[in-house]
Write a protein that binds this ligand. Structure first.
Ligand code: NAD
Ligand code: MG
Length: 335
């Protein structure tokens, strides 16, 4: 389970050939038509209350780590709506968990803003990942697929190596992959499950950042996906929530450490977002059907609604944003 089998000789640079957009499951949620990036006519304004689906959601469950193409509704990661304006032209980004959900929305936005993007994902997520690589290639950008298990320290180092070689450098590192398995009682969290959550959410960013640092030039940014759970932990997320507090904390520590090198460190804290994480063990079934209903917004966020924060965190205009946590919480979450 913890091993990986994609050494350099087998690393995959997935081509766009044969993967049509038509083959992709279209997000079954409202499409907004973008945010006015093109400069033609007024910017679109939409009512956040009815922009996207609200609970109740259909009861659904997938084996971990889940595929977003099989969710109902399919999450909106900005596939048809995100419009870029060159804010990351020529940048080189590595995004873990870039196949689906929040990481996918960042990957799409980064490519549309002009960046070359390498994504990591778990091997069983190949079909979601191929859709993302195809979308990156459609922007004329490099899209590099690097499957493997982040719980393995050696793989984390290998991942950075492959990304640096494939992209010709690195200046954006997004530690976004995460493991969330809800358990009502601490007594039900096995030693192995606890270990897997810590390895994925805390150890992997440690290994990735250590491997990436020698390659990062001044102006580069390291981004960590934290959570509302860092500040207001749920009773059924004992192990997961503390990793998100740790993420929020390392962002602040590392920002102080790396500021003298000109490297920024930024956290992004989502509230409840409609992603595969939630349907593959992340939420109890009774919470899933009401998912997002506790947020003042009355619905979960869709990944497309947070992509802009990842762009903001990475872009050069964000040069004074470091040690900060940017949020999209639907009215709840941050201190
Ligand atoms: P997601 O399921 O789309 O993404 C999580 C990704 O983590 C998976 O796609 C998978 O590729 C990756 N991953 C997990 N374990 C891995 C492993 N061992 N090896 C390789 N890859 C692995 O769900 P998401 O909600 O978009 O999650 C992205 C981040 O957002 C996570 O860090 C999550 O904790 C955080 N987050 C999510 C929510 C939410 O409500 N969905 C809220 C706050 C924070
Ligand atoms: Mg996934």
């Amino acid at each position: 389970m913890d091993s990986y089998d994609n050494g350099p000789s087998r690393r995959q640079v997935v081509g766009a050939a044969g993967i049509g957009l038509a083959a992709m499951a279209a997000p079954a949620v409202a499409q907004t038509g973008g945010g006015g990036g093109g400069g033609t006519g007024p910017a679109k304004i939409s009512d956040p209350r009815n922009k996207y689906p609200k609970p109740p959601f259909k009861d659904q469950k997938q084996p971990w780590p889940g595929l977003q193409s099989k969710m109902d509704p399919v999450p909106d990661c900005g596939e048809t709506s995100y419009k870029g304006s060159g804010r990351l032209a020529g940048r080189k980004a590595l995004i873990t968990g870039g196949d689906s959900g929040i990481g996918r929305s960042a990957a799409i936005a980064y490519a549309r803003e002009g960046a070359d993007v390498a994504i990591n994902y778990y091997p069983s997520e190949e079909s979601d990942a191929r859709e993302v690589i195809d979308l990156i290639h459609r922007e004329g950008r490099k899209g590099i697929a690097i499957p493997g298990d982040l719980r393995d320290a050696a793989f984390c180092r290998h991942l950075v190596d492959v990304a640096v070689k494939g992209l010709g450098g690195l200046d954006i590192v997004v530690n976004n992959a995460g493991r969330q398995q809800s358990q009502k009682s601490i007594l039900d969290i096995t030693d192995e499950a606890f270990d897997a959550t810590m390895k994925t959410n805390i150890y992997a960013p440690f290994h990735i950042i250590k491997a990436a640092l020698p390659h990062l030039p001044p102006g580069a940014v390291i981004i960590g996906t934290t959570s509302e759970q860092a500040y207001d932990p749920s009773e059924d997320l004992y192990d997961y929530a503390q990793t998100k507090a740790a993420t929020m904390n390392y962002v602040k520590s590392l920002a102080k450490q790396l500021a003298p090198k000109g490297i920024r460190v930024v956290g992004i804290a989502p509230g409840p977002f409609w992603t595969p994480l939630q349907v593959s063990g992340g939420a109890q079934p009774e919470k899933l059907v009401k998912f997002g209903g506790t947020a003042p917004a009355g619905r979960p966020g869709q990944p497309a609604e947070i992509a802009g924060l990842f762009v903001r965190a990475a872009e050069d205009d964000g040069s004074y944003t470091t040690g900060n946590v940017l949020g999209a919480g639907g009215g709840q979450g941050q201190p």
